[in-house]
Every structure is written in structure tokens, then in C-alpha cells.
Design a protein around this ligand. Structure first.
Ligand code: NAI
Ligand code: A1CAB
Length: 266
């Protein structure tokens, strides 16, 4: 089964490298990429064939679309003449619905929408997938196997996609923002930057491992750290005073709303 990736930026390369690490034969992969210097870079790094979008669409069994949502309409119009019933089209773009894609490609092309995230680069990705209307179990299994090369995969109804985008799609950026803030705070408290970075990163990794390995509710884990009248209680009071919880709610509502707007083409 050959797979083409159209749009090899951050997420396209993440998918490509995951497939290569998972043992997909490079001669069964191809890339369509508009920027020629980027195309050359990927050719050199992975030994993958870079072809035109139309050739990718004509030759591959599965075509992954990894361009920006704003470019999706043009790419679909370009490749539609080369697509045929039975092919599988996988969109990783935020906001773009399976209905939008189906309306621009020939009948019988199966469409699956995916919301991945960048930790896929280190095989710790979280990808949510939703079937379009011409999809069968085999198509979903194929996309599960495609995305499982980079981490976890969850099937969800498409109506949940905008919320999922706000959580796991954009989520790594919120975490990096928190990490960045904690490192800077450590520097403010007088620690060398390298020490502060090591402390914060390992605290994040350790806390994530506790969540995953114990399955314990985060409130319980937080209470275990919070001694009466202790340091953590003092810190948490400040986070509440500064409305960090409300800020997360507002931020994720904004991301969800932006995903909806992208669906409308803005
Ligand atoms: N970066 C992220 O964390 C995530 C991104 N996504 C989705 O993945 C998609 C790609 O995002 P990024 O990789 O971050 O963007 P990016 O800008 O890094 O990559 C897009 C690539 O598409 C190429 N491109 C543009 N028009 C093209 C065309 N007509 N033919 C061939 N290639 C073309 C660009 O040259 C670029 O290399 C977006 O739709 C985004 O919503 C989804 C989840 C997470
Ligand atoms: O910011 C964005 O639009 C993309 C989609 C999810 C993460 N990055």
C-alpha cells in the first residue's frame, strides 16, 4: 500500500518520520511539497520521492493532506481529477470537515479526518480520527495503523473534533507555555537557567508518568503534594487569584471557536 503526504511542513514531516520509524518502506512513500528547498531537504533526509501533488494523488492508495486549512480548497481542486473511487484521503487539517472534502472529490473516495499533535515526533502523539460518509472499517483501521506509528489513536464522532483540536491538537503549546513560564520563574528565584530547565522538564515528565501509570485523578495527585499551610498551598492560592483555571477555559473555548471558523473558510 503506497502512501502520499501532501504538505510536508511540521506535521507532514512528523507523519513521514513516524512512518519511516515504524518500518514503512520508503519506496512506498511519496511527498508533494510546494517549497522546493523543503522538498530537497526531505528527499535528502529520508530518501523519499518528491512528486507533484497530482502524481501523488494518481499513484498513492492513501493520500494524507497536511497543508494549512486555508490551502485545502486549492489542493483539493488541483488533485480531484486524479483521485478515484476506492482511494483513501486522510486530512490532518484543523477545522476542515469531511463533508467539505467529500464535496470536492469524486464519489467513492473515502475520507477520514484526523487531529494529530506534535508529540508524534517522539512517538507520544495523540491522534483523534473520524470517518467521513463513505468510510468503512478497513479505512478506519488503515488510518489507525498510519497514526499508531506516532502514538495513541482514538476514534471520535466528528462533532467532537473542534473540542479535541482545542485540547490535544493545540495542547502541546499550552504545556510548553507553562513550562516556559516555570523556567523563567525559576530564573527569577535565582536558579541558573539550565538548572531551572532540568527541574521543570523532569517534573513535567514525572507528573505525566504518574497520571498515566497510576490512573489516579489529578485532584488526588495534587492533594498529595499539598501539605496544610505548606509551600504548595501558598502557590496554588496565587494560581487561583490569577484565575489560571478560568484562563484555560477561555483559551480552549477560543481554540474551539477558531476551529469552527476555519471550517467556514476564514
Ligand atoms: N503543527 C501542529 O501542531 C498541528 C498541525 N495540524 C494541521 O496540520 C496542517 C499543517 O500544519 P503545519 O505542518 O503546522 O504547517 P506548515 O506550514 O509547517 O506545513 C504546511 C506545508 O504545506 C506546504 N504547502 C502549502 N501549499 C501547498 C500545496 N499547494 N502543495 C503542496 N504543499 C503545500 C507548505 O509549503 C508547508 O511545507 C494544518 O492543516 C494544521 O491545522 C494539526 C494538528 C497539529
Ligand atoms: O494552531 C493550529 O491551527 C494547529 C491545529 C492544532 C495545532 N496547531
Amino acid at each position: 500500500m503506497s502512501t502520499a503526504i501532501i504538505g510536508a511542513g511540521v506535521m507532514g514531516e512528523t507523519l513521514l518520520s513516524g512512518l519511516v520509524r515504524a518500518g514503512r518502506r520508503v519506496d512506498q512513500l511519496m511527498v508533494g511539497e510546494k517549497r522546493s528547498e523543503r522538498a530537497t531537504e526531505l528527499e535528502e533526509r529520508y530518501g523519499v520521492a518528491v512528486v507533484s501533488n497530482r502524481e501523488a494523488a494518481a499513484r498513492a492508495d492513501t493520500v494524507a493532506l497536511v497543508v494549512k486549512p486555508q490551502d485545502m480548497g486549492d489542493v483539493l481542486d488541483e488533485i480531484a481529477p486524479d483521485l478515484r473511487a476506492g482511494q483513501l484521503l486522510v486530512s490532518l487539517a484543523a477545522g476542515i470537515t469531511t463533508g467539505f472534502i467529500e464535496s470536492r472529490v469524486p464519489d467513492g473516495v473515502a475520507v477520514v479526518r484526523v487531529m494529530p499533535n506534535t508529540p508524534a515526533l517522539v512517538d507520544e502523539g495523540m491522534a483523534a480520527i473520524s470517518p467521513g460518509s463513505h468510510c468503512d472499517e478497513a479505512h478506519l483501521t488503515e488510518v489507525e495503523s498510519l497514526m499508531a506509528s506516532t502514538g495513541k489513536v482514538l476514534r471520535i464522532p466528528e462533532k467532537q473534533m473542534d473540542a479535541v483540536t482545542a485540547i490535544s491538537g493545540s495542547g502541546p503549546a499550552y504545556i510548553f507555555f507553562v513550562v516556559e513560564s516555570m523556567i523563567e520563574a525559576g530564573v527569577h528565584l535565582g536558579l541558573p537557567r539550565a538548572t531551572s530547565t532540568d527541574l521543570v522538564v523532569q517534573t513535567l515528565v514525572g507528573s505525566a508518568a504518574m497520571l498515566r501509570e497510576t490512573g489516579t485523578h489529578p485532584v488526588v495527585l495534587r492533594e498529595q503534594v499539598t501539605s496544610p499551610s505548606g509551600t504548595t498551598a501558598s502557590a496554588l492560592r496565587e494560581l487561583e487569584v490569577h484565575r489560571v483555571r478560568a484562563a484555560f477555559l477561555a483559551a480552549m473555548e477560543a481554540a474551539r471557536n477558531r476551529s469552527r471558523e476555519l471550517a467556514e473558510g476564514s
